[in-house]
Design a protein around this ligand. Structure first.
Ligand code: NAP
Length: 269
């Protein structure tokens, strides 16, 4: 299938490489680094992260495993910070965002971030001020491209500044965000569904099992392939801490679903 943003359509989401609750170090740092290296060996050219995963832990693992990132695009997120008691706190003032960008630059050990997503969360949250602050950091050369996350406000964002991707909760069983997915396709913006496999609530459905059996595939591969078929600008970032699951997820790019499969899968969600 075609590439999106000049990237392979199946990348890797690194959020699972922390301790429980997306906080602290993973149980086995070397195993986490092996997953990252294996992802790149298998052709992943796009990794999704944030400095608030851990916090800092995931970016440090990515740096230790993969620096200097030859040919790899690393997409990070800003707009929140973690507290010592593991809470998630909005951090979207111009100072917060500058700090977050510098934390990402330092922990990933780069001079410029490839893509920075502003995590928005909610229609009441001001968009213009934080996005303009990030556009200023892009102007300074600290960021190549911007994206947005956890928001349906793509048109509003595009009226403020160019954005190349939008990252929202979407999967075969959770389709509320279809209007944003359609808008992204119409605008040539990458749509990056998070929780593509259901996140902390793994996807399960008889239709997935049936289509998987017919293709000698797994239900997870069918769920990922369905997303790739759903829109031409979808880019995937399934997360896993397992090399075996990683291999399985990457192979979903080769799975071709028929019209009959898609009709059967449409009964989900
Ligand atoms: N913008 C946001 O607010 C936001 C929010 C959440 C996530 N994200 C991003 O989106 C990425 C993807 O989301 P996610 O990792 O939370 O959820 P996900 O990709 O839907 O699912 C990950 C879960 O599925 C399991 N899994 C993965 N592949 C599997 C396979 N082949 N067979 C069986 N189980 C499998 C993983 O466990 P194992 O480790 O055992 O494989 C993990 O528990 C994250 O890594 C993160 O980068 C962004």
């Amino acid at each position: 299938m075609d590439r999106v943003l000049n990237l392979n359509r199946v990348g890797y989401g690194a959020m699972q490489l922390t301790g429980p609750g997306v906080y602290g170090p993973p149980p086995d740092r070397e195993a986490a680094k092996r997953v990252l290296r294996r992802a790149v060996e298998l052709g992943v050219d796009h990794i999704d992260t944030s400095d608030y995963y851990g916090p800092h832990v995931v970016n440090e693992l990515i740096r230790e495993a993969l620096h200097p990132y030859d040919g790899l695009t690393i997409v990070t997120k800003v707009g929140y910070r973690r507290t010592a008691d593991q809470d998630w706190v909005p951090a979207r003032t111009a100072d917060d965002l500058r700090q977050a960008v510098h934390d990402n630059l330092r922990n990933l050990k780069v001079d410029r971030l490839d893509v920075v997503n502003l995590r928005v969360d909610g229609s009441h949250v001001p968009l213009e001020e934080p996005l303009t602050a990030l556009a200023g950091l892009r102007e300074e050369g600290l960021i190549r491209d911007l994206g947005i996350s956890n928001t349906t406000r793509l048109e509003e964002a595009l009226a403020i500044t160019p954005v190349v991707c939008v990252q929202n909760h979407y999967n075969i069983a959770h389709r509320d965000d279809e209007p944003t997915l359609e808008a992204a396709a119409a605008r040539g913006v990458a749509y990056v569904p998070f929780f593509p496999l259901g996140g902390f609530t793994p996807l399960q459905d008889q239709a997935l099992d049936e289509v998987a059996a017919a293709h000698d595939a797994t239900p997870r591969q069918v769920a990922l392939a369905w997303l790739l078929h759903r829109s031409p600008t979808v880019l995937l970032i399934p997360g896993t801490s397992s090399e075996r699951h990683l291999e399985e997820n990457l192979a979903s790019a080769e799975l071709r679903l028929s019209e009959q499969d898609l009709t059967r899968l449409d009964t989900i969600g």
